[in-house]
Every structure is written in structure tokens, then in C-alpha cells.
Design a protein around this ligand. Structure first.
Ligand code: PGA
Length: 254
């Protein structure tokens, strides 16, 4: 974590939790006090307006984001959700290109670039998720893969505020976290690549999150790294106690 970028801690609930969990989640955050970092929770679509109303009611320093969006503005797309509808729910953020969307829904870089542009156009801050597979890592292809994923978006559109989440596919939900050194190496590489598109100042201002089996026991060593600006947390964010524990531990490192 570096002093000149505001830390960002994000919870990706994936297809978990229900309306009844929202209340207790918000209550847990009531004791957090001063807003020292940005905290964003990404629930499933039906919970977006429920969570935005609950954070307001409880006055907790949490913002809300969607896990995906459709790349078109609107139209006959049964089952899909538009950026405007997400914004209308009170959400301010959107994940784009999570590896589960890339792998399980066949999303490619061109589609993800369109989603990033659509999200930004609707006033949502896009969180672009990138990361290599185990085969790519073992084959020495990590930099080629992640820079390709980044270039596909930034070559097409460079939204004013963009967050990047580096999530090695082999570390997501597996319990296998990248070592702090390995994560730092890739984050530093990504920041250099960002500078190519955004300039030095733009790259220095852009938050790069790490994701992949982050938990209270490994977060401190990761957040110490200068180019890791926060986390995108799946499993460990479902329990507000462990998400809060991670946030507090990171605060102590700063
Ligand atoms: P995990 O998920 O923390 O459960 O590995 C992270 C993510 O997929 O964003």
C-alpha cells in the first residue's frame, strides 16, 4: 500500500447471501468509525437496492456495486441488467470481466472493454478484473496474458476512474494465495503497463487490487507491498466479521 492512493477494500458476494443477511452485515459495519478507506460490497442484482437502502439507513461507510452488467444501453436482452438500471438502484461500482464471467460465460476482452465503457458512461466506476490461469503462470505467460487483458480495455477506452483487480485464476476460491512477492511483481508490472496508456501520473493514481483467497491470516503481508492498494475478497467477505478483520488489519499496516 502506498500513502498516495486511497486504500479500497471490496467484497464480492458472488451468488451467495439473502435479503436477511443484509441487515446483520450492515450492523457489523456500524462500529467501523471514520471512513479511512473506500469499502465496496458487490452483491447479486436483487440485493442491490436492498443493500443501498440498508447502508444509508445504518449510516455505514460502505458503497455498493454490481458484479456484472450488459454492454448495451438497453433493449431486448432477457435476463440481463443495464448500467443505467444498476446506477438507478443506487450502486456506484461495477465489476467487469471477473474470471468466473470469462470462464463460465465466455466473456472475451472485446466484450469486457464494451462493459467497462458502458459502466463508466453511466457513472459507475468499473473494476476491471484480470488474471492468468495456472497453465499460463507455469508457462511464463503471466505478463503477456495480463497486459493483453489490460490493453484490450485501455486501448479502446480509458475511463477517468478505473480500478484494476489482479486475480490470478489459480488463487480464486482455492486457498492458494499468490505470495506477497509474486503479487507485488505482477502489480508493479501492471502499473508500468498502465503508465503506457494513462501516463505516469494516471498510473500512480490508479488503484490495483489483489484478489484470490485473501483472508485475515494473509492480508497483512500482502497489503505491505507498495503496489497492492486493497483487495477484492470473495469467500472471506461473506462473513462481515472476517471482512472487517481484514479491513482493520490493513489499517494497522498503513
Ligand atoms: P476468493 O474470491 O477470495 O474466494 O478467492 C475472490 C474473487 O473471486 O473475487
Amino acid at each position: 500500500m502506498s500513502g498516495h492512493r486511497r486504500p479500497l477494500q471490496a467484497a464480492n458476494w458472488k451468488m451467495h447471501l439473502l435479503r436477511r443477511d443484509v441487515e446483520s452485515y450492515c450492523r457489523a459495519f456500524a462500529g467501523l468509525g471514520e471512513k479511512l478507506e473506500e469499502i465496496v460490497v458487490f452483491p447479486s442484482f436483487p440485493l442491490l437496492p436492498i443493500l443501498t437502502a440498508a447502508v444509508e439507513e445504518h449510516g455505514v461507510p460502505v458503497e455498493v456495486g454490481a458484479q456484472d452488467l450488459h454492454h448495451e444501453e438497453g433493449g431486448a436482452f432477457t435476463g440481463d441488467v443495464s448500467a443505467l438500471q444498476i446506477r438507478d438502484s443506487g450502486a456506484l461500482w461495477a465489476l467487469c470481466g471477473h474470471s468466473e464471467r470469462r470462464q463460465l460465460h465466455g466473456e472475451d476482452d472485446a466484450l469486457i472493454a464494451a462493459k467497462v465503457a458502458r459502466a463508466a458512461g453511466a457513472g459507475l466506476t468499473p473494476v476491471l478484473c484480470i488474471g492468468e490461469s495456472l497453465e499460463a503462470r507455469q508457462g511464463g505467460q503471466t505478463e503477456a496474458i495480463v497486459s493483453g487483458q489490460l490493453d484490450a480495455v485501455l486501448g479502446d477506452t480509458a475511463p477517468r476512474s478505473l480500478v484494476v483487480a489482479y486475480e490470478p485464476v489459480w488463487a480464486i476460491g482455492t486457498g492458494a494465495t499468490a505470495t506477497p512477492e509474486l503479487a507485488q511483481e505482477t502489480h508493479a508490472f501492471l502499473r508500468r503497463r498502465l503508465a503506457h496508456w494513462l501516463g505516469e501520473a494516471g498510473a500512480e493514481a490508479t488503484r490495483i487490487l489483489y484478489g484470490g483467497s485473501v483472508k485475515p491470516t494473509n492480508c497483512e503481508a500482502l497489503i505491505e507491498q507498495p503496489d497492492i492498494d486493497g483487495f477484492l475478497i470473495g469467500g472471506a467477505s461473506l462473513d462481515p466479521g472476517s471482512f472487517l478483520d481484514i479491513i482493520q488489519r490493513c489499517r494497522r499496516q498503513s
